[in-house]
Design a protein around this ligand. Structure first.
Ligand SMILES: N[C@@H](CCC(=O)N[C@@H](CS)C(=O)NCC(=O)O)C(=O)O
Length: 209
C-alpha cells in the first residue's frame, strides 16, 4: 500500500516528495490546491489541523495501523525512522540532523517565505520595509549555510540526511527570494550536487498539482 502525500507544488511540499523518492517509498499524491482554499476542507483538517500542506497518511504505520502526520519536519523524521535511512541511529551522528532540520524549520523557510509574501505587497512603503527586513535575514541564513558547507559535504556532516531534503525544498526557490547562489559558492556546490541526484530530481518533477 502506498503512502498518501497531501501536498501542493511549494517548498514544504517538495521536501516530502524529495524524501519519499530518495527513500524509495511508493506514494500517491493528493493535490491540495492552497490557492483555492482546499487546505480548509474538513477532510484535510482531520489530518492537518493547522490547515497547511504537507501531510501524509501511511496505511502501514507503527504496529501495522494507519497513521497520519502533519508538519514537514515531523514527516521527515517519521519517514527517516520508518525506513532507517537518512537519519542515523547513533545519537551523536543524529544531533546535527536535528540541528539543521530545526534550523530550516525555524528560519530557512519562514524568512524566505516572508520575502515571497512582501514581493507581492502593493504598498511601496510596506513592501520596502518587509523586503529589507526579511531579505537581510534570508541572506544571513544563506551565509550560515555557506559557512557550514565550507566544512562539510552535507548539512549533517559526511552523510546525506533528511536535513538536506528539508533545506533543498527552500533553496529550490532561491531565485524567487532573490538570492544569487554565486554569492554563496558552497551552497551552490551542495545545491548542484542535490539536484544531480536522480531521486531528488524526481522529487521535484513529481506532479503535486
Ligand atoms: N511549518 C509547516 C509550514 C507549512 C506551510 O506553510 N505550508 C504552506 C505551503 S508551503 C501552506 O500550506 N499554506 C497554506 C495557507 O497559508 O493557508 C510545515 O513545515 O509543514
Amino acid at each position: 500500500m502506498t503512502i498518501e502525500l497531501h501536498a501542493w507544488n511549494t517548498p514544504n511540499g517538495r521536501k516530502v516528495s524529495v524524501a519519499l523518492e530518495e527513500m524509495g517509498l511508493a506514494y500517491t499524491v493528493f493535490p491540495i490546491d492552497i490557492g483555492k482554499g482546499a487546505q480548509f476542507d474538513p477532510a484535510f483538517l482531520k489530518i492537518s489541523p493547522n490547515n497547511r500542506i504537507p501531510a501524509i497518511v501511511d496505511p502501514e504505520g507503527p504496529g501495522g495501523a494507519p497513521i497520519s502526520v502533519f508538519e514537514s519536519g515531523a514527516i521527515l523524521l517519521y519517514l527517516g525512522e520508518k525506513t532507517g535511512r537518512f537519519l542515523p541511529a547513533d545519537l551523536r551522528a543524529r544531533i546535527p540532523v536535528y540541528e539543521w532540520l530545526m534550523w530550516q524549520m525555524g528560519g530557512f523557510g519562514p524568512m524566505p517565505g516572508q520575502v515571497h509574501h512582501f514581493l507581492g505587497v502593493q504598498d511601496d512603503q510596506d513592501r520596502r520595509y518587509g523586503l529589507e527586513r526579511y531579505s537581510k535575514e534570508t541572506k544571513r541564513l544563506y551565509g550560515v549555510a555557506d559557512r557550514r558547507l565550507a566544512e562539510v559535504e552535507w548539512f549533517a556532516g559526511t552523510e546525506l540526511s533528511i536535513a538536506d531534503f528539508a533545506i533543498v525544498g527552500w533553496a529550490w526557490r532561491h531565485e524567487k527570494h532573490k538570492v544569487d547562489l554565486a554569492e554563496f559558492p558552497n551552497v551552490r556546490r551542495w545545491y548542484d550536487a542535490m539536484m544531480a541526484r536522480p531521486a531528488t530530481s524526481r522529487g521535484f518533477s513529481a506532479a503535486l498539482t
